[in-house]
Structure formats: C-alpha cells, structure tokens
Design a protein around this ligand. Structure first.
Ligand SMILES: [Zn+2]
Length: 290
C-alpha cells in the first residue's frame, strides 16, 4: 500500500506498546487467527518462519474423495492422532482474545484453525473458516456426527491400531507410516456413504456463504488483527487483501514472514501469548477502556 508507513518488527524483549495502542485505537477488530495460536496447546503447525512447509503437505481433497487407499491412510493416522488433539486445551493466546471479545472490541474472530480452542476459551463470535475437526460429515447424505463417536467405531473396526503411538502432526494427524491396506474405514451410519472430517481440505473451496459472512463482518470492522498466521493460504489471505484495499489498517503478530507483510501497518514478531499478554493484565484492561 503506497503511503502507508511500514513499521519494523520490534525486538522480542521490548514492551509491546504499539500493539496495545493499535488495539486501543480501533474499536471493532476483525481477528484472523492461525496455527501459531495453538502451538502452545501442543498442536504443531505446518510451516516454518519463511512460510514454507515443515513436513509433507496435508491430504488433498480430490485424492481423498477418489482413492480408498488415501482414506485408509488418513483415518488410520487420525485414529492415532485424535486422542491428544481432542484433549488439547486453550492457552493464554485463546484466553487473551476471548477477553478482548468480552470487552466488546471484537467484530469477528475468524480462525483458520480447526481445533475449536477459541470457543473453548469462551469466544462466541467465531467463524471457523476451514471447519472443525471434531465433526464428521457424510459426503453421501450430508449427515453430521461427532468425531468422538467415530473414534469408537474406528477402534472397534481396527482393534490392533489402538495401541499404536506416533508423533503428533498438525490437524489431529499423526506421523505414522506403513501398510494401511488392512485398515477398515467405517461408512455413514445412515446411508453407508463416505465420511470426511468437516474441514476444508487442500484443493477444496471454503463454502461460499461462509466467505460472504466474513466479508459482511469486514464491512463493520475498523481494523484487522492477524494472530499466528503466515497467511500463506489464499482462503485467509484474501480477507486481509480486501481489508487493505478498503483502507483498513492491518496489524499482525507472527513469528516470521507473512504473505501480507507489504500490506501491514504494524508487524510484531513475537510469540502470540507474549505479544497479547497485555490483554490479560492490568495494562490491558486500561487499554480496553480507553
Ligand atoms: Zn450418509
């Protein structure tokens, strides 16, 4: 954006007064959050400080729908990864953003995460841009069911897999490799159809009405605050792009590069919890009531 001063990242030890000032100045914030919010809850993220993949990219929508072997591998890894993912608890970042909403300052919390931790921390005005991993959808009849209930069916059909342990991977996945050919994938209880986690896979579009709802909130916001996202995925980046084009100031808290760096009026390169700590202490309360 020409004419908008680009502030340099502040040192990680510095007291973060500029972010507090940004929050104090703008009354209706649209928050956009990503994986960096949930790493403190033990959920790994996909990308490094340059926004590059740290690991094998996640499952592709078309491959999942077309290939039973891809689905066997997905659900086998999910069976192993789900228990820890399902037990993850919100951390200080989630609580700080919930406090900001309780203070009446949040137009919308738009999250790219699928873990539901913002809601568990008390945030109410949330749009899960990429869906929720704790729900499963039948691609045949559209019926939704709880991922927790499917876990029991997966275990019943594949008892030998219950004892397997593997490192936690993003999105409830586990770093498990091997022969998945004997793994049994249960179908929909109602119609026998293909089950898919109710999340937007890579190569899949965000539902149009969800995108429209975010744009409607953006019209009512007076600034955007990005927390813990490199914005490398277009589905989230487009809202920051739209905000910048509409002249809204955009601040970001993220360790490392973001796709929107050139659009930012403030960039804070600190861990999310550290950068947002002011929202949970006395100084934050003062900032909120200014
Ligand atoms: Zn069905």
């Amino acid at each position: 954006m020409p004419g908008r001063p680009q502030e340099t990242a502040i040192a990680s030890t510095a007291m973060d007064t500029r972010l507090a000032a940004f929050v104090a100045t703008h009354r209706r914030l649209l928050l956009l959050t990503g994986a960096g919010c949930s790493t403190d809850s033990g959920i790994p993220d996909y990308r490094d400080g340059d926004g590059q993949w740290k690991r094998t990219p996640p499952v592709d929508y078309r491959a999942f729908m077309a290939d039973a072997a891809v689905r066997r591998r997905y659900w086998a890894r999910s069976l192993v990864g789900w228990p820890r993912f399902g037990q993850a608890r919100p951390n200080a970042t989630h609580h700080a953003l919930a406090a900001l909403e309780a203070a009446g300052r949040v137009e919308l919390l738009l999250t790219q995460n699928v873990d539901g931790l913002h809601q568990r921390a008390g945030s109410r005005g949330v749009i899960d841009l990429h869906g929720r991993l704790d729900e499963v959808r039948c691609m045949g009849c559209g019926e939704r069911s709880a991922r927790e209930a499917l876990q029991q069916r997966l275990l019943d059909a594949n008892p030998a897999w219950a004892a397997l342990q593997a490192a936690q991977a993003p999105d409830g996945d586990a770093d498990l490799e091997g022969d998945f050919s004997a793994f049994v994938v249960p179908g929909c209880m109602a119609c026998g159809g293909l089950l898919k986690p109710d999340v937007v896979f890579f190569g899949e579009n965000v539902p149009r009405e969800r995108v429209a709802a975010v744009h409607a909130h953006l019209q009512r916001a007076d600034a955007v605050l990005v927390v813990g996202s490199s914005l490398m995925v277009y589905s989230g980046f487009r809202f920051v792009d739209a905000a910048a084009k509409a002249g809204l100031p955009v601040a970001a808290v993220n360790l490392g590069r973001t796709r929107a760096d050139a659009l930012l009026s403030l960039k804070v390169e600190q861990p999310c919890a550290q950068a947002l700590a002011f929202l949970l202490d006395g100084a934050g309360a003062a900032a909120k009531t200014q």
